[in-house]
Write a protein that binds this ligand. Structure first.
Ligand code: NAP
Length: 244
């Protein structure tokens, strides 16, 4: 079985992605600080289905200095990697002028420094294998803008720049690198948005609805598939036409 690492794979989009990749036959290793009931139930379900595999490892991805050791341990336990989904992030919201410096630093650390560092170590383990797939979770707000999300948007925009340049760097190794840019989706991250805001976002979307977790999971699953072998350096928007 090919190994796929999914950060933040215990709830929301990450859990959906982890389940989709497991049902496509990957051995998925989900990383987060806490396992949670949904992840435990998903692991049991995947074991019952008998297709793919789903494991959980606890790790605080803000602990940048320990990421190299984490990858070494995972390689020892599971072998080299085929896929990496950089999904874990925090949705820091607030007006920039009143945001504590520490909150800015925390968002950049987890949403940017952490995935860049993790990718560095995971790509090293892909270099000896049969190519690989990397998917970075960006967001539509990285290109459209949204008041109160300037810091978060900056972190998400950085991942699209990273995606394009890394695609060129590792393309000769047969590794594809793409980003998925979801529109607003009902998860724990967006719980601060009130229902009026969500209704308004849906009304302004071409399809008059919000995308769902399964839509993002399907997009990542496709980018991991053989059908997507010649797609790299792109940003796939999944937003029910919010930015159309
Ligand atoms: N929801 C949306 O509307 C939306 C839209 C566009 C893009 N996105 C992007 O999609 C991705 C997933 O979003 P989501 O809505 O599914 O978020 P979520 O529900 O808040 O889930 C975040 C995941 O990341 C993990 N995580 C958070 N901090 C961590 C840390 N320090 N170390 C390790 N794991 C950590 C969480 O587990 P623990 O807390 O247990 O660590 C959880 O598994 C993010 O990159 C987000 O920017 C989301």
């Amino acid at each position: 079985m090919l190994n796929a690492l999914v950060t933040g794979g215990t709830r929301g989009l990450g859990l959906g992605i982890a389940k989709a990749l497991a049902s496509s036959g990957f051995q998925v290793i989900a990383i987060a600080r806490n396992e949670g009931d949904a992840m435990a139930a998903a692991r049991e379900q995947v074991a019952r289905d008998g297709r793919g595999a789903l494991h959980f490892r606890t790790f605080d991805l803000a602990d940048i200095d320990r990421i190299g050791d984490l990858v070494k341990t995972l390689r020892r336990d599971f072998g080299g990697f085929y896929g990496l989904v950089n999904n874990a992030a925090i949705g820091t919201s607030g007006i920039l002028t009143t945001m504590p410096d520490s909150a800015i630093e925390r968002a950049v650390r987890l949403n940017v420094v952490s995935p860049l560092t993790l990718t560095k170590y995971v790509v090293r383990s892909m270099m000896t294998g049969q190519g690989g797939r990397i998917v970075n979770l960006s967001s539509v707000v990285s290109s459209t803008g949204y008041s109160g999300l300037s810091v978060y948007s900056a972190t998400k925009a950085s991942l699209t720049g990273f995606t394009r340049s890394l695609a060129r760097e590792v393309g000769p190794l047969g590794i594809t690198v793409n980003a998925v840019a979801p529109g607003f989706i009902n998860t724990e991250m967006t719980r601060d948005l009130n229902s009026n805001q969500l209704v308004q976002i849906a009304r302004r979307s071409a399809l008059q609805r919000l995308p769902e977790v399964v839509d993002i999971a399907n997009a990542v699953d496709f980018l991991f598939s053989e059908q997507a072998r010649n797609i790299t350096g792109t940003v796939m928007t999944v937003d029910a036409g919010n930015t159309a």
